[in-house]
Design a protein around this ligand. Sequence first.
Ligand SMILES: Cc1ncc(COP(=O)(O)O)c(C=O)c1O
Length: 377
Amino acid sequence: MNAEGRIQQFLEQRKENHLFRQLTVNQYLTDFSSNDYLGLSRSAFIWQQVEQDYKNYHFHKTGSTGSRLLNGNSALYEEVEDLLAKTHHAEAALLYNSGFDANVGLISTLVRPNDVIFYDELVHASIHQGMILSGLKLISFKHNDYIDLEQHLQANTDYEAGFIITESIFSMEGDKADLKKLADLATKHKVNLMIDEAHATGLFGSNGSGLCNEAGIEDKCFARIYTFGKAIGSHGAAVVGSRQLKDYLINFSKNFIYSTALETHNLLSVKHTYFYLQSNINQLFSLFNLNKYFKFKANNLKSSFEVRGDGPIYGIIVPDNKKCKDLAVYLQNHNLDVRAILSPTVPKGTERLRVILHSYNTTAEIDQLFSLLIDYK
Ligand SMILES: Cc1ncc(COP(=O)(O)O)c(C=O)c1O
């Protein structure tokens, strides 16, 4: 079969189902959609710190010019990894080029044919990709349902190593996992706990170290994943855990071994944003207050829409891909950047408008959003 003909068929099917994805150029509408929770990607202060520090690196090159094991490593890389390990209270941290890469690189390398993974049914696509590549027995438990998880743990005990994989704050639902409960279950059933902290990085815990820190379970995790494309306002990710885990990944993780390392500017942005988070920043207070305001408004919307999430990620449920997309376009036409999340990215019937709050949003913007939703016919 002609490959062009086949891909045309797939694309047409997507269009018929209102699922065709297209790239759009950012229109600079009111931001209810980016992951820049604290506005740090646009912080003039951090930018200045990065620029100043950049001058310290005598051997300037645009790219890192190789993978870490060849030419790509540097003193700066080691410094940033030390900073990450300290901030996240782990023995070691290993940088990956993105969160997607970190999840795939970690999960697919770690597990062996006789292992079992127990995972929350709503985990991110990158975790799925890592699990698919691992090719082993996968058991999903109902979202944040630890009775269901424990039943699976009791019913499936025939494995070499067991793993529980979940997110600390869910990227689409906006709700949080009960990390203490998960840590207790992992200890009780002698399985290894892996937590993806992508959306918690920079927002929760001391110095933005995450929800595992807030829950006091950092040392109960076998591995944790922190990403820098969200509240950190940059790019890349780290797996944190034992020194031995780091050595293992350096030796066996193909995503790490066979990919060009991050460049200097990227590493400096991560470094200076982590430094910045060590101060008592106002952005967190603004976000916290907006979150309270949003919840108050959402309560009044209950009769028309179901609103999910605990903030700063919310889902306004609009079942049906087309209806959901139409409502997103209506809001965009009124200057609000709100995106539709369609099935199969989320389960059918739970299509939603994903609303993300930022420290730089205003109560007036939230008012506008809710007025438009109430008026929408
Ligand atoms: C829970 C979770 N893990 C991993 C990722 C991937 O991170 P990155 O964007 O750095 O590839 C995302 C991104 O949306 C995410 O939400």
